[in-house]
Design a protein around this ligand. Structure first.
Ligand code: ADP
Ligand code: MG
Length: 510
């Protein structure tokens, strides 16, 4: 328990497949908090069981038999209006599903370390603005005060640095250290190059493959077994939900076994037909080599964006459960000529870093962590949609290119084009494409109630500011003067309104 009436400093890794909550203990060290089932990792899965909502292990188990009642990987759908599946006659926004997961973590943790209201939550570095906001909203719905959202690789680097002692509690690091954080989880992959010096964590470049993770390694095994089953019995076990559910569970388990042992057996049954196959680590690596190559491709792109090569990298930090696969470590060692660092538990490092960050931000924290400076980059370009004068075609005008150090401000001037114009609409997007439809829409900034009889061509300046944590802020000035009366508002089509947030909060966390 945290001593006295101080609240514990808490960090949460709200993962795609597993979530972890940690706090800084009385000895000043980050420690994961077991959930009420006694596990450190809570599957990020929600089960709708009649009127009851079950989160975690039991929900994950139920996905084998009653997939229709299970919401898994809601994190992948953050930024969408609703989760793709309907439960009973209800649809849920992904923020609410994530809030149920946070709520369980919070309640279970409070039983172990005492009540708390504040926490730092982590997000993937490649999360765009809309998803960052959605994550903060999930925290709000779960009844938490979100102290900060920090990037998962930054959190991991903080945890590695402090726990291995190459950064001390005062935040000093002997010499500038350049790290490559390789994070391969269950459903996502990302790479980040960071520079750590003195008391600052600076992200230089980051890139990710949102659709690559341990699940894909499982799938290769599933497909392999299914092919064998088809040639033996003439039936595809993937067509039967029950058989598929069991196959998914068993292939994931076999994959994890192959990280430790050089062979295992996988069974597949359907009706009276069955099949047992011996799977060796070598065969498994051969089946999945293209997936590993995809991670190599993303690393190359990230190093290029950082204008670096392997010789600039001092440390490779392994994060995410899938980095336990020996092939990952072997590939990184052979590419870099360095032994990757896996001294921390790869599925807890992010939560530990978040807990340290929480301690840094808490005035009354029990540990003396000097606040570190965290410098991020934006992982997606920011732009506005504009009509080309000659062609009338809508195109994205890029205002802030990706990988720009944050905070950053960009301004753009719009001009009124008719007399007595009453309003202006600015569409704001994030993405790398020139086509607005290929970018992710942040929202529309409407500026209205413009003063009467302003001349044609009046300048309206919109100022876009990304703060350190990647959240966007907008200000509007009219003809160089921001005191003249007019109103503006950023409408976010894919975000919940304050009323909706409050009503979900009442429903889930009270
Ligand atoms: P996320 O960040 O996506 O929530 P994690 O970092 O917890 O996920 O990683 C989960 C993934 O790690 C799962 O696909 C799981 O199968 C995989 N994993 C965990 N342990 C092992 C292991 N020993 N060998 C191979 N994969 C593992
Ligand atoms: Mg993760």
């Amino acid at each position: 328990m945290a001593s006295d009436n101080k609240q514990p400093a808490v960090g949460i890794d709200l993962g795609t497949t597993y979530s972890v909550i940690a706090y800084v203990n009385d000895a000043g060290r980050p420690e994961s908090i077991p959930n009420s089932e006694g596990d450190l990792l809570t599957p990020s899965v929600v089960l709708f069981d009649g009127d009851e909502v079950v989160v975690g292990k039991e929900a994950a188990k139920a996905s084998v038999t009653e997939l229709e009642n299970v919401a898994d990987c809601p994190k992948r759908e953050m930024g969408n209006r609703v989760y793709h599946k309907q439960f009973g006659d209800r649809r849920y926004p992904p923020e609410a599903l994530q809030a149920w997961i946070l709520d369980k973590l919070k309640r279970d943790a409070a039983r172990a370390v005492g009540k708390f209201a504040q926490a730092v939550i982590t997000v993937p570095a490649y999360f765009d603005e809309v998803r960052r906001k959605a994550t903060m909203d999930s925290g709000y719905i779960a009844g938490l005060t979100v102290q900060d959202i920090i990037n998962e690789p930054t959190a991991a680097a903080i945890a590695y640095g402090y726990q291995e002692g190459w950064i001390d509690q005062a935040g000093e690091v002997d010499a500038p250290t350049t790290c490559l954080v390789y994070d391969l989880g269950g459903g996502t992959f990302d790479v980040t190059v960071m520079e750590i010096r003195k008391n600052s964590f600076r992200t230089i470049a980051t890139d990710g493959d949102m659709r690559l993770g341990g699940h894909d390694w499982d799938q290769k095994l599933i497909d392999h077994i299914a092919q064998k089953f088809i040639s033996l019995h003439g039936f595809d076990p993937r067509q039967d939900n029950g058989a598929l559910g069991r196959l998914m569970r068993d292939c994931k388990a076999a994959k994890e076994t192959l990280s430790v042992r050089s062979k295992t057996t996988i069974a597949c049954n359907h009706g009276s037909n069955s099949l047992q196959i011996e799977m060796t680590r070598d065969k498994f690596q051969e089946l999945t080599i293209d997936l590993l190559d995809r991670t190599d491709f993303t690393i190359r792109e990230t190093l290029k964006a950082a204008q670096m090569n392997w010789s600039n990298i001092d440390r490779i930090l392994l994060v995410g459960g899938s980095t336990r696969m020996p092939a990952v470590r072997e590939m990184l060692a052979s590419l870099s000529g360095k032994e990757p660092d896996s001294s921390l538990s790869p599925d807890e490092a992010v939560a530990h870093g978040a807990a340290i960050r929480s301690a840094m931000l808490s005035e009354h924290s029990n540990a003396a962590f000097r606040p570190a400076e965290i410098r991020n980059v934006n992982s997606h370009s920011l732009g506005v949609v504009a009509k080309e004068v000659d062609t009338g075609i809508e195109q994205v005008v890029r205002l802030i290119p990706r990988n720009t150090p944050l905070p950053v401000v960009a301004r753009r001037v719009f001009k009124t084009h008719k007399l007595d114009q009453e309003s202006i609409l600015v569409r704001i997007v994030e993405g790398e494409s020139k086509g607005p439809e290929d970018c992710s829409a942040i929202g529309r900034c409407s500026i209205w109630d413009l003063p009467e009889s302003i001349p044609v061509g009046t300048r309206i300046e919109v100022r876009f500011k990304y703060s350190e944590n990647g959240r966007l802020n907008i200000r509007v000035k009219l003809g160089g003067d921001d005191k003249r009366s007019f109103r503006y508002q950023l409408e976010r089509p894919n975000s919940l309104t304050q009323e909706q947030l409050d009503s979900w909060r009442e429903y889930i966390a009270s």
